[in-house]
Design a protein around this ligand. Structure first.
Ligand code: ADP
Ligand code: MG
Length: 332
C-alpha cells in the first residue's frame, strides 16, 4: 500500500497507539498541536516541531530567504500559540545543498532572528548538514504555560460557539497567485505577503487561554475543513459552520472575483492562515467577544456552533445545507 492511500493522519494513526504505553500519565503526547509535560510545581512545558521541505512547502524563487526564515519559525510558534503558551526557546536544523550562497543563509537567519526577537525566543541549538539538492528546514520550539492551562483539541463541548481570530483563505489565495504567476497589485500583494510571512497569534493565544469560557483551541494550518474535524473528533461533538459568516478579507474577495476563484472554497479548504480556531461556551461568548475586540482591536469571528452527534461538519449557507466535495462547495 502506498502512503498516499492513507495520508499523513492515516499513517500517524497506525503507530501512535503502539507508542502510547511509553507516555507517562502526567504528559500528553501525539495528537495535539504540542506535547505537554510538567516543568515545575506551577508550570507545564509544551514542545512542537515542524518540517519545511523545498519544492513541497516552498519554492525558492517565490519566497525571499528572509521570509523563509521568518516563516519556518512562525509555523512552529503558531502551534505554541494554539496551546495558549509563551514560547521560550527554539532549535533549528538545516540540510543545505552545497551550492547555496552564504548571503542567502544570512538573510534566512535574519528573518528567523527578527521573529525570535519579537517574542523573546532564544535559539538554543540545532543541527546543520549537507543535502543532495533541496533545502530542508526543521524547527522545534519549547514553551511554558501555567500548569493545566493548555487548551486542548479535546475540550470542546456541545453548544459551544466556533470562532476564528482572523481572515480565512488569504494564504492559499497568495499561493495560488504565485503558482498561476499573476502579477500582484497593491490590493492582492498582502495575500502573497501573508502566505510568505505569516504572523503567529501568540498574544491572542495567551489571552484566550486565560479565559475560562474558551474550551478547545488549535491553530489553522491545513484549513478549517480539515482542522475543525480534529477538534470534533477528539471532543466527540458535531459542528455546524455558516459559510456566510466566514471572515473574508477585501483582498481575497476582490482578487477571487478577478481570477474566477470561489472565495468560500479557499476560506474553508485553504491552509496556512495560522489564525486560531476556538470553541467558546455560549454563556461566555458575549463577554469574550467584546473583550477580545477591546484587547486586539479586531473581531473574534463566530463561524458556527458545536452540537452533540457524530464528529462531522455540517456546512450551511444562509441556513441551507451544502456539501463540500474535494475542496469545493456544491449546490449553490
Ligand atoms: P500540526 O499541524 O499542529 O503541526 P499535525 O497535524 O502535523 O500537527 O500532527 C498531528 C499530531 O501528530 C501532532 O500531535 C504531531 O506531533 C503528531 N505527529 C505528526 N507526525 C509525527 C511523527 N512522524 N511521529 C510522531 N508524531 C507525529
Ligand atoms: Mg497545529
Amino acid at each position: 500500500m502506498n502512503i498516499s492511500e492513507i495520508g499523513e493522519f492515516g499513517f500517524i494513526e497506525r503507530f501512535a497507539k503502539r507508542f502510547g504505553d511509553l507516555v507517562s500519565t502526567d504528559t500528553t503526547g501525539i495528537g495535539d498541536d504540542c506535547a505537554i509535560m510538567p516543568l515545575d510545581a506551577n508550570h507545564d512545558q509544551v514542545v512542537t516541531t515542524d518540517l519545511l521541505v523545498e519544492e513541497i512547502h516552498f519554492i525558492k524563487t517565490a519566497i525571499t530567504p528572509f521570509q523563509l526564515g521568518y516563516k519556518a519559525l512562525a509555523v512552529n510558534l503558531s502551534d505554541i500559540a494554539a496551546m495558549g503558551a509563551q514560547p521560550t526557546g527554539s532549535f533549528l536544523s538545516l540540510a543545505i545543498p552545497k551550492d547555496t550562497e552564504v548571503e542567502y543563509l544570512d538573510a534566512f537567519m535574519e528573518g528567523y532572528y527578527q521573529l525570535s526577537k519579537k517574542h523573546g525566543v532564544a535559539l538554543m541549538g540545532g543541527d546543520t548538514t549537507r543535502s543532495a539538492d533541496r533545502l530542508v528546514i526543521n524547527v522545534c520550539v519549547i514553551g511554558k504555560i501555567p500548569k493545566g492551562g493548555s487548551k486542548l483539541r479535546s475540550m470542546a463541548r456541545p453548544g459551544d460557539v466556533i470562532a476564528v481570530t482572523g481572515y480565512l483563505g488569504d494564504s492559499t489565495a497568495g499561493l495560488q497567485m504565485l503558482l498561476e504567476k499573476h502579477k500582484p497589485d497593491p490590493l492582492s500583494q498582502p495575500l502573497i505577503d501573508w502566505h510568505n510571512q505569516p504572523e503567529p497569534a501568540i498574544n491572542e493565544g495567551l489571552w484566550l487561554a486565560r479565559q475560562r469560557g474558551v474550551h478547545a483551541m488549535m491553530d489553522i494550518s491545513d484549513g478549517i475543513a480539515s482542522d475543525l474535524k480534529h477538534i470534533l473528533k477528539s471532543s466527540h461533538v458535531s459542528g455546524t459552520i455558516e459559510l456566510s459568516s466566514l471572515p473574508l478579507s477585501e483582498a481575497l474577495r476582490i482578487t477571487s472575483a478577478k481570477f474566477g476563484w470561489n472565495a468560500l472554497d479557499l476560506a474553508a479548504s485553504g491552509g496556512e492562515d495560522y489564525h486560531l480556531l476556538v470553541t467558546v461556551a455560549k454563556n461566555e461568548w458575549d463577554r469574550i467577544e467584546k473583550e477580545f475586540q477591546r484587547e486586539f482591536r479586531k473581531p473574534l469571528y463566530p463561524i458556527g456552533y458545536t452540537g452533540s452527534g457524530s464528529s462531522e461538519i455540517r456546512w450551511r449557507i444562509h441556513e441551507k445545507e451544502v456539501k463540500l466535495e474535494k475542496g469545493e462547495f456544491k449546490h449553490f
